[in-house]
Design a protein around this ligand. Structure first.
Ligand SMILES: Nc1nc2c(ncn2[C@@H]2O[C@H](COP(=O)(O)OP(=O)(O)OP(=O)(O)O)[C@@H](O)[C@H]2O)c(=O)[nH]1
Length: 305
């Protein structure tokens, strides 16, 4: 969509690939850079399954942030597809941002990332996160160690949670973007359709309210998304689980669990969409949903990986 900045020929637009070990705080950082919630955040690892993009604006610059799934050693097909999507996202970038959690850094997850970063041509930016909690000396030692291994162009210390250091980082990212017209209208913050965003909001509640491995064995699939005449929106979604006993847990005693999940997701969705939301959740047992090709296509992931 054309805007004044494009016509004056001064606009800038580019892609930043955000990479990092699971739980480093990538979603939190993307939300902070965009200035509103576009990617789901949860204390459990590997919640980012789809490649959600946040779009941040800084003066005449549009920064497209590719919020990649956490990269880790893939075992299942779903995990492999996620990893592959992560690297595809990083391939088209103008800058690569490596986000590191200095408190719970897992060396075995960080090393392969550093190895791959070494040969990359783009501007490389190292961001050490969670400075609100980290102790200064080990933090500086870690920064020194990592910059000794990869030729980073810049190093930043931020708290994605509080926003400390994020404006400076955003300024630097904007500088690294090439000249060009904006790809998206000014008011668009994400390329995820509202339909898909709505499934992410429900999935976030599964992570928050269910225990242990169950969230990893479940998936939320969009069924329908209808605008009603009264200005409200009716959203229908399926929650897929692998086994019947998991279905019972998601439903809860007398339906109490699914009611609580639905209530929290509906509230959050109404806030994000600025509309009244009617949310209907159906829990379905579908053994092997994570091997279903159609499902992968729906989520924009590559089944063959
Ligand atoms: N104290 C502190 N916690 C943070 C900070 N940034 C993120 N967190 C927390 O770290 C956890 C993981 O954050 P996410 O943003 O979901 O991490 P992610 O890297 O997107 O995780 P995946 O989806 O697994 O790839 C959450 O509990 C966040 O609240 C920070 O600056 N300080």
């Amino acid at each position: 969509m054309a805007d004044d900045k494009n016509q004056s020929g001064q606009s800038k637009c580019g892609v930043v690939a955000v990479i990092g070990a699971p739980n480093a705080g990538k979603s939190t950082l993307v939300n902070q850079l965009v200035g509103q919630k576009v990617a789901i955040v949860s204390p459990k690892a590997q919640t980012t399954r789809t490649r959600l993009m946040g779009i941040a604006l800084h003066g005449p610059t549009q920064i497209m942030l590719v919020d990649t799934p956490g990269i880790f050693a893939p075992r299942r097909r779903l995990d492999r597809a996620m990893v592959s999507a992560a690297w595809e996202g990083a391939e088209e970038a103008d800058a690569v941002l490596l986000l590191v959690d200095p408190i719970k850094q897992r060396r075995h997850e960080l090393m392969p990332l550093l190895e791959q970063l070494k040969d990359r041509k783009e501007r490389k930016i190292l961001v050490l996160n969670k400075v609100d909690k980290a102790v200064k000396e080990p933090l500086l030692a870690l920064a020194q160690e990592l910059t000794g291994m990869v030729d980073f162009d810049e190093v930043f210390f931020v708290s994605a949670l509080s926003g400390d250091g994020v404006p400076e980082l955003k300024e630097e990212l904007a500088k690294a973007m090439p000249e060009g017209p904006w790809h998206y209208p000014e008011d668009q913050v994400s390329d995820a359709s509202e339909r898909l965003l709505a499934t992410e909001v429900t999935r976030e509640q599964l992570y928050k309210q269910l225990r242990e491995e169950l969230p990893y064995d479940s998936m939320v699939r969009p069924e329908s998304y209808t605008h009603r005449e009264d200005g409200s929106v009716e959203i229908r979604q399926q929650i897929l689980v692998q086994r019947d006993n998991q279905r019972s847990i998601v439903l809860g005693k007398g339906g109490s669990m699914i009611k609580s999940i639905g209530e929290a997701a509906r509230k959050e969705l109404s806030e994000i969409l600025g509309q009244k939301v009617h949310l209907f959740l159906h829990v379905k047992t579908q053994e092997g949903w994570d091997e279903d090709r159609e499902f992968y296509e729906e989520m924009g992931l590559d089944w063959s990986k």
